[in-house]
Design a protein around this ligand. Structure first.
Ligand code: B1N
Length: 832
């Protein structure tokens, strides 16, 4: 049972637990005062809420410390296999609330702060969130760390300590503007810098041949520059267990030896300049979700964190006295998309150039070590690096990749004789136009396991972008449907529902999410349904307050809350949602008696700063919102709001407040989605296409509890193959035509008919994501939603069923599958 420890911990206090470890509210209160005084230099009389946040965070980190150290010590003693999750992004969200939850300390912390005249919720709100990711991929990594710790798996997350995370979004005159995210400016109480855990990262230069002591011919890399990577560790506490794993993020610093060289030649300013250039490597997260961009700094970031992480594994292996030949028995390394895939060449370099292994031994180890998760089918998102850039930055790796490729293509030729087209397609080097290094191919060749992130996505991978690799190595392929942590996204985000679940199911559901099924036995109980509705209503009021505070827009919690929050992207089709809203608006304006249950439409999400169309979609959402919200003829039934700066923090307010979850991507384009799962677990119904994990959500919940519309992935491919013409759909649908004309006319933009012309032309002339082709089906499906909402008792039943059948989408299930089927990992209980 989680948190059974609470009882013994009071005993510990009686037997002398101190201000750093004690778990009851009185000791916690003392610990907060202690940190205010000794760590912050403040007396309570002058302490701000932000000071209290920091003092409490430090007090809680102290309480993690013995678990954290004991966990590392146990892994080291036991020498069991360690899973290393390599990811360029970890979108963690605020730590304090989650750590209190996982330690079972929420009540004690609340009491301690109340005794100090402070409100815990206000204090929690002071935490700036570490936004070290763009969206789903980075958040998935964070959910997986939570599950790894909770399931007591020996694991470490490796990534980049960006000084600036994902930009903060502000809306000015309806447009997105970006502010740098200075998340470290107030200090970070969660991390511990380990300057003694540091590695050299080479850079540029050339390679040369030499003869080693045994007379063998070898190659070595003579770099142009060297920087250092310093470890910063953050504790990842499991829920209800003593396991506390580590997230190790690397920060770049100038390598001293190189500074000294410049100092010695007297060029002080050149030395300082080199130092600054070194440190830019980890300055900022690239704010791009999906499209790959051939930027030198991005390649530098990838190589930087990957080499530090692999060197760290070698250090751990050496400390444990393990043999280098046993590397793959000690470490399972998962590549979170291709961003860390340079690791394949880097591990080869380390094993051959630095540890003296021969090629075949090194290759066997490398393939046994790596697994590769693909997160997207969008062709423009598959990472490639221009060959000249790659050679300039990583000359030794290019040689290694050529050799991997030579041997690999021999294997392809042996399996598929006389098929030179296949050889060209599969090569690690793309030859079309400017030569490129294809990182997805490197990841496939260098990994024993390759997986997609939802059943449909994994099938499409095998049939499309990776079909040649599937033909060669079918046994490497599997599916691992994504999951989300029910701790942060249910227990922490939705305290009202958590209390109801605890009371109805007992306390174990957060670690055994299948137990949600038992809710179904309460569906026919009107009193239970009434309580379910009351929880949702309170969550909607909480969100309405937030929206009013941040936008001035007033929402009524009795209305249907229809929500789409995710990155802004054409394939996610926020504009399809908008076309529906404008359709309702137009109907109301044309037929004032037109009747439907009042709805509040909420949007949230960031656009990549350079993504012209996505930014214009945000402007259109805000323009439509402004017009509709100000129109007394319609605003008794329609409201639209754009919630600025969608983040993990405000997501925790948004998911629990949704009645309807919009998952309306063009089928075949969204690899999985994870927001879809967070909504479902919080009792929202989904309107969606057969895309990504929606397919499996609908399988779980039953067709009668899911609003399905739109073309399937096959139909999308067929339509596009036949030559899709959006004009045909426009011509055949007067209502759609009128909607497009209204948007184009300047009605929502104060008469300016230019501002949305690019969007209208995009949709009417090319419509790459079939918005117009799915429009009629979407509007019809939305009418079904309105009809269903009219029967509140039936809607509540469907809401309960959505939550009850969401157990599959716990990240615990996903992580157990990775551990068993890809990593060969055993759990290791930790005892403090
Ligand atoms: O990964 C998520 C999935 O649930 C989403 O469907 C998928 O779109 C998302 C380059 C990406 N795919 N690719 C990225 C992110 C950053 C970047 O620089 C690509 N993100 C996804 C988790 O599986």
């Amino acid at each position: 049972m989680p948190h059974a420890k609470r009882a013994t911990s009071s005993a510990t206090i009686l037997s002398g637990a101190d201000v750093r470890t004690g778990l009851d509210s009185a000791v916690l209160q003392q610990a907060v005062l202690d940190h205010l005084y000794y760590s912050l230099g403040r007396l309570p009389a002058v302490a701000t809420p932000a000071n209290y946040y920091r003092a409490l965070a430090l007090a809680i980190r102290d309480r993690l410390q013995q678990r954290w150290i004991r966990t590392s010590e146990t892994y080291f003693e036991r020498g069991r296999k360690l899973a290393c999750y390599l990811s360029a992004e970890f979108l963690l969200g605020p730590h304090l609330g989650n750590n209190l939850l996982n330690l079972g300390l929420e009540q004690a912390a609340r009491e301690a702060l109340t005794a100090l005249g402070q409100d815990l919720d206000a204090i929690l709100d002071c935490e700036p969130e570490p936004g070290l990711g763009n969206g789903g991929l980075g958040r998935l990594a964070a959910c997986y760390l939570d599950s790894l710790a909770t399931l007591q798996y020996p694991a470490i997350g490796y990534g980049i300590r960006y000084e600036f995370g994902i930009f903060a979004q502000e809306i000015r005159d309806g447009w997105q503007t970006e502010r740098t995210d200075k998340w470290l400016s107030g200090g970070n109480p969660w991390e511990i810098a380990k300057p003694d855990i540091a590695y050299e990262v080479k850079w540029g230069g050339h390679t040369e041949r030499y003869i080693d002591d045994d007379g063998a011919e070898r190659r070595r890399w003579v770099p142009y520059r060297v920087v250092r990577g310093i470890a910063y560790d953050t504790p990842i506490q499991g829920y209800g267990v003593d396991t506390c794993n580590t997230l190790r993020l690397w920060s770049a610093e100038a390598a001293e030896s190189f500074d000294f060289q410049a100092f010695n030649t007297g060029d002080y300013f050149q030395a300082v300049d080199a130092k600054l250039r070194s440190e830019t490597i980890t300055k900022v997260l690239y704010p791009n979700d999906e499209p790959a961009i051939g930027k030198r700094l991005r390649l530098a970031q990838q190589y930087f964190f990957v080499t530090c992480s692999l060197q760290d594994m070698l250090r751990i292996l050496d400390l444990a006295g393990g043999a280098i030949e046993q590397f793959a028995e000690h470490f399972a390394v998962q590549l979170n998309d291709t961003h860390p895939s340079i690791g394949v060449a880097e591990l080869m370099r380390l094993l051959i150039d630095e540890r003296g292994l021969d090629w075949d031994a090194a290759w066997t180890i490398t393939v046994a070590t790596f697994g590769y998760t693909n997160h997207t089918l969008l062709p423009e998102a598959l990472e490639t690096w221009p060959l000249p850039l790659f050679r300039e930055v990583l000359p030794r790796h290019l040689e290694i990749i050529y050799e991997i490729n030579r041997r690999f293509l021999d294997e392809v030729r042996a399996c598929f004789p006389d098929d030179s087209a296949r050889v060209a397609r599969m090569s690690l080097i793309g030859e079309a136009g400017e030569k490129q290094v294809r990182m997805a191919h490197l990841a496939c060749v260098g990994s024993h396991a390759i997986n997609g992130v939802a059943a449909l996505h994994s099938e499409l991978l095998k049939a499309s972008v990776l079909s040649d690799f599937h033909a060669l190595w079918p046994e490497r392929f599997s599916n691992k449907t994504n999951g989300v942590t029910p701790r942060r996204f249910l227990a922490l985000a939705n305290p009202g529902l958590r209390a109801l679940l605890d009371e109805t199911l007992g306390a174990s559901w957060p670690v055994d999410l299948g137990r949600l099924r038992e809710l179904e036995s309460h569906i026919d109980d009107p009193a239970f349904r009434e309580r379910w509705r009351a929880v949702k209503h309170a969550n909607k009021q909480r969100l309405a307050d937030y929206v009013q505070a941040h936008t001035g827009i007033v929402l009524d919690p009795d209305w249907l809350f229809d929500i789409q929050v995710k990155r802004i992207h054409e394939y996610k089709r926020q504009h399809l949602n908008l076309l529906h809203i404008v359709t309702l608006y137009q109907r109301l304006k044309t037929y004032p008696a037109f009747s439907f249950p009042p709805r509040a439409f909420l949007f949230g999400g960031k656009a990549a700063p350079g993504y012209f169309t996505a930014k214009r979609i945000i402007k259109l959402i805000n323009a439509v919102a402004e017009t509709i919200n100000a129109d007394p003829e319609v605003n008794g039934r329609l409201k639209v709001a754009f919630v600025p700066n969608f983040s993990v923090k405000n997501a925790q307010l948004i998911y629990p407040a949704a009645d309807l979850s919009e998952q309306i991507s063009t089928a075949g384009k969204e690899a999985s989605g994870t927001g879809n799962m967070k909504f479902m677990l919080n009792g929202a119904l989904t309107i969606g296409t057969l895309d990504g994990a929606n397919v499996e959500m609908r399988d779980e919940v039953g067709a009668e509890n899911f609003f399905l519309f739109g073309r399937t992935a096959d139909e999308v491919a067929r339509l596009q193959g036949e030559g899709y013409r959006p004009a045909d759909y426009l011509a055949g649908d007067d209502e759609l035509k009128a909607v497009m004309e209204l948007i184009g006319s300047g009605h929502f933009s104060g008469g300016d008919s230019e501002v949305f012309r690019p969007l209208v032309e995009n949709l009417t002339q090319s419509d790459p994501f079939l918005v117009l082709a799915d429009y009629a089906a979407y509007v019809a499906c939305q009418e079904g939603v309105s009809a269903a909402w009219a029967d509140q008792e039936q809607w509540t039943r469907m809401s309960i069923i959505n939550c009850a059948r969401g157990g599959k989408f716990s990240s615990d299930r996903a992580i157990a599958e990775y551990a068993r089927e890809i990593w060969g990992l055993q759990s290791v209980p930790i005892q403090v």
